[in-house]
Design a protein around this ligand. Structure first.
Ligand SMILES: Cc1cc2nc3c(=O)[nH]c(=O)nc-3n(C[C@H](O)[C@H](O)[C@H](O)COP(=O)(O)O)c2cc1C
Length: 370
């Protein structure tokens, strides 16, 4: 009997036994009825593949580039706060694992470790994730700190202006950790907590009034490229690129903010079409199988990111656990590419997608009907 988890779902089962209940619910859960969480997975499962035979797949190359930086597979680490809830080495372990696997990590500004400490141990490329704060000085200052520490892009999360209703957290009276990234900045009374009922929660310092011209201002005020996260409509993909974003992450925030939004894979084709090559497009949400990565690439993503599996890997075995999760998905993607007749990520196309979910309304007709 194999003792190691053989898939991401088994990592989660093991992690659930090891992570304290309140933390587990915070990580696994989402907003209100968690319909979006389930749908995000279900639509991946509903998309069928259309493999091609007699293609030379003896040498397969999974490497790709994002904003000009090479990654060994098109899978990156999503920004997610408070990795210490799963392992004491927290984001240091995740960064080491990402570097060892030859891929990129996006560090959350709500990390359990400072952005400088993470940069010091990282061996792979790093992006830094933050928000538009009411204090525009703070908005620029955080980005400048990240640039100084060696991060190569700033990821602006756009879908987290409003405090979500997460019922598991309310039931558990959940209070998460504070981030030293915020403590280091002169915030007066605005210390940041995960508490469902914290009086000075993150939305107090985030700017609910931010609009597209603020993105244009931000992108033209900093030297690093800007990637936006939380795009769920073609129009917003186009507006992101028009206002200076070099990358767009199609994301429903893992179903953690607004419930009953579609699966990200349903929205991907419309965003790819609207962006029209003017920025790179990535996808996150529900990536649990190599076939999920393949399907996102087939529908036009440059790469994908994963969030919750990082916590499952951390809880199972720290840095090694995160490496395990990445390598498992690499093996699954490699096999999928081989069996579909795709020796490189560039050769993955929408011709490899067969019976398409009726939910994917904006996907073009199958190849024989085009
Ligand atoms: C525990 C946890 C904390 C998160 N914290 C952040 C965050 O600080 N900033 C952010 O932009 N997204 C955050 N996210 C969302 C992830 O970046 C990502 O969009 C989502 O987890 C993707 O879905 P997946 O978990 O199904 O892979 C968080 C997600 C989780 C599970």
């Amino acid at each position: 009997m194999a003792t190691e988890p053989v898939n991401i779902f088994e990592y989660e089962e093991l992690a659930r036994e090891r992570i304290e209940q309140g933390h587990y619910d915070f990580i696994a859960g989402g907003a209100t009825d968690e319909i979006t969480i389930r749908r995000t997975r279900a639509v991946f499962d509903s998309i069928m593949l259309r493999p091609r035979m007699m293609v030379d797949v003896a040498d397969r190359d999974l490497s790709s580039t994002v904003l000009g930086q090479q990654i060994s597979l098109p899978l990156m680490m999503d920004p997610a706060g408070n990795h210490s809830s799963a392992h004491p080495d927290a984001e240091l372990a995740t960064a080491r694992a990402a570097g060892a696997a030859g891929t990129l990590m996006v560090l959350s500004s709500h990390a359990s470790r400072t952005l400088e400490d993470v940069a010091e141990v990282a061996t792979g490329p790093l992006w830094f994730q933050q928000y538009f704060f009411k204090d525009r000085g703070l908005t620029l200052e955080m980005a400048a700190r990240a640039e100084e520490a060696g991060y190569s892009a700033i990821c602006m999360t756009l879908d987290a202006k409003i405090k979500p209703k997460r019922e598991r957290n309310i039931r558990n009276d959940y209070v998460g950790g504070e981030s030293p990234n915020y403590a280091q900045i002169e915030l007066g009374e605005h210390t940041w907590k995960f508490a469902a009922d914290a009086p000075a929660g993150p939305s107090d310092i985030r700017d609910q009034g931010s609009v597209w011209s603020d993105l244009e201002w931000f992108a033209s005020s900093i030297r690093l490229p800007v990637v936006v996260k939380g795009i769920m409509a073609g129009e917003d993909g186009r507006l992101s690129a028009e206002n200076g974003a070099k990358g767009v992450i199609v994301s429903n925030h893992g179903g953690r903010y607004l419930d009953t939004t579609p699966a990200t894979i349903e929205v991907l084709p419309e965003v790819v079409r609207a962006v029209n090559g003017n920025s790179e497009v990535y996808l996150d949400g529900g990536i649990r199988r190599g076939t999920d990565i393949f399907k996102a690439m087939a529908l036009g993503a440059n790469a994908v990111l994963m969030g919750r599996p990082l916590f499952w890997g951390l809880a199972v075995d720290g840095e090694n656990g995160v490496k395990g999760v990445i390598e498992l998905l690499r093996d699954e993607l490699d096999a999928t590419m081989g069996m579909c007749g795709c020796p490189t990520v560039e050769s993955i196309s929408d011709a490899m997608i067969d019976t398409v979910s009726p939910l994917l309304s904006s996907f073009p007709a199958p190849p024989e009907f085009r």
